[in-house]
Design a protein around this ligand. Structure first.
Ligand SMILES: O=C(O)COP(=O)(O)O
Ligand SMILES: [Mg+2]
Length: 227
């Protein structure tokens, strides 16, 4: 992977890359749906809808039962209910994927600076990173509502590059979905994808990236090999 030559920093996604958070989403979404008198939905349905932030998720969930006007009519109440339930259980049902900590340790040991860029609201992401022992690895953390636009827009990635004083070609993005890959491509960052997360129900092979790595530890190994 020639594109990894000269990489000095990594931008790492949260949901579906470091943490399997769908069980948290599942509990919070179904608590919200129960409040609205709607039937529960499955983890798989939710996994296919996660990735573009809370507002998109809630609209997708409501669209299972309502037409476009109904979605908008119920949106505010549903979002508030969802946020309340999510914050009450944040992290209780989610788990680290294999070799996440080992991968972060290896990236740090190789001298890379690390940023976490997630489409999760920052008020969900920060306590979750602390709870799972991840927060200390990151010099910068941006949530989906930290900046004017979220992934797949390149803005969060470009803002990290600027804060690190690095060209995008020196900052690799690592994520589980087409949002991460599209943001990286638009920013000019190399991008690695993991195959175990949530990619809108699509195989990760269908997403344009510079390589698929089985774990964050494997990503660290690839970066070391090519630097
Ligand atoms: O919460 C989401 O919509 C996705 O979050 P992610 O960017 O960390 O995958
Ligand atoms: Mg993700």
């Amino acid at each position: 992977m020639k594109v990894l030559a000269g990489v000095r920093a990594a931008i790492i996604d949260l949901d579906g890359t470091m943490l399997d958070t769908v069980p948290d989403f599942h509990v919070a979404i179904n608590a919200m749906r129960a409040e609205l008198g709607l039937a529960p939905i499955s983890q798989q349905q939710i996994a296919n809808m996660v990735g573009k932030g809370s507002e998109n998720l809630i609209r997708s969930v409501l669209a299972l039962d309502y037409d476009a006007a109904g979605v908008e009519q119920h949106f505010e109440a549903a979002l508030a209910s969802y946020q309340r339930h999510y914050l009450a259980i944040n992290g209780n049902h989610s788990a680290l994927y294999p070799d996440v900590i080992a991968g972060l340790e290896a990236l740090k040991a190789q001298g890379l600076r690390l940023a976490c860029v997630t489409n999760k609201p920052i008020s969900f992401a920060t306590p979750l990173l602390h709870q799972k022992g991840l927060h200390g690895y990151f010099d910068v953390v941006y949530g989906g509502d930290s900046l004017a636009r979220k992934k797949p827009d390149p803005l969060p990635l470009l803002t990290v590059c600027e804060r690190f004083g690095l060209a995008p070609s020196a900052v690799v993005a690592i994520g589980d979905s087409s949002n991460d890959a599209q943001a990286a491509r638009a920013a000019g960052c190399p991008v690695l994808t993991v195959p175990y997360g949530y990619n809108h129900g699509q195989a990760i092979h269908e997403t344009d990236s510079d390589g698929i790595v089985d774990t964050l530890l494997e990503a660290a190994r690839q970066i070391r090999l090519h630097n």
